[in-house]
Design a protein. Structure first.
Length: 184
């Protein structure tokens, strides 16, 4: 597979981003992107900070907007992996409304474990936990990946699941500029 190495093309893309894609005014995009379980876990692994006290993190999407998250705590080899079942409870509302997941597996137990194992401190930046809810801050995650400037181009984002796939639906575009108010 070849890689884009022509610096002129890279410069063009950077100029487009800097101009907020003004040369593409009126462009519209709608996409449905099914992400396989394998690719999802590769993306998650590459985005997790190395200081996170979790290893062997694996997400298994299932039908009905449900997922199983399996993780093993680093430096605690005597404990078995933790399996947590979650359901997508609320879709993100752009630009700042988070994706909300609800714990299905022993939500009370997770609260009790919180005192002994502060799970909330083990979550990566942009993800927080309150009681039996996990809030995923789309803006914070995009900014961490250097993509925050692209969020204003999104009109909608929806995340669903099917067996072995996370399905991301996006809508967006570059809005046309309003006609100038030139008076003579």
């Amino acid at each position: 597979m070849s890689r884009v190495t022509d610096p002129r093309l890279l410069q063009l893309v950077e100029r487009l981003r800097a101009s907020r894609f003004s040369d593409l005014e009126g462009a519209r995009l709608a996409a449905v992107v099914p992400v396989s379980e394998r690719l999802l876990n590769q993306l998650v692994a590459s985005a997790l900070p190395p200081t996170l006290p979790v290893r062997d993190l694996h997400i298994s999407p299932q039908r009905g907007n449900r997922m199983t998250v399996r993780a093993r705590l680093a430096r605690v080899d005597f404990l078995p992996p933790i399996n947590i079942n979650v359901v997508i409870e609320r879709q993100p509302e752009l630009p700042d409304g988070p994706l909300v997941l609800r714990l299905l597996t022993f939500p009370g137990l997770v609260s009790l474990l919180g005192a002994a194992l502060p799970l909330a401190t083990m979550l990566p930046p942009g993800v927080r936990m309150e009681k039996d809810r996990i809030f995923v801050d789309v803006r914070a995650l995009a900014e961490r990946q250097g993509l925050g400037d692209l969020l204003p181009l999104l009109a909608g984002l929806r995340v669903t699941t099917d067996e072995g796939r996370l399905i991301v639906e996006i809508e967006g575009g570059v809005a046309p500029r309003p006609p100038s108010q030139n008076s003579e």
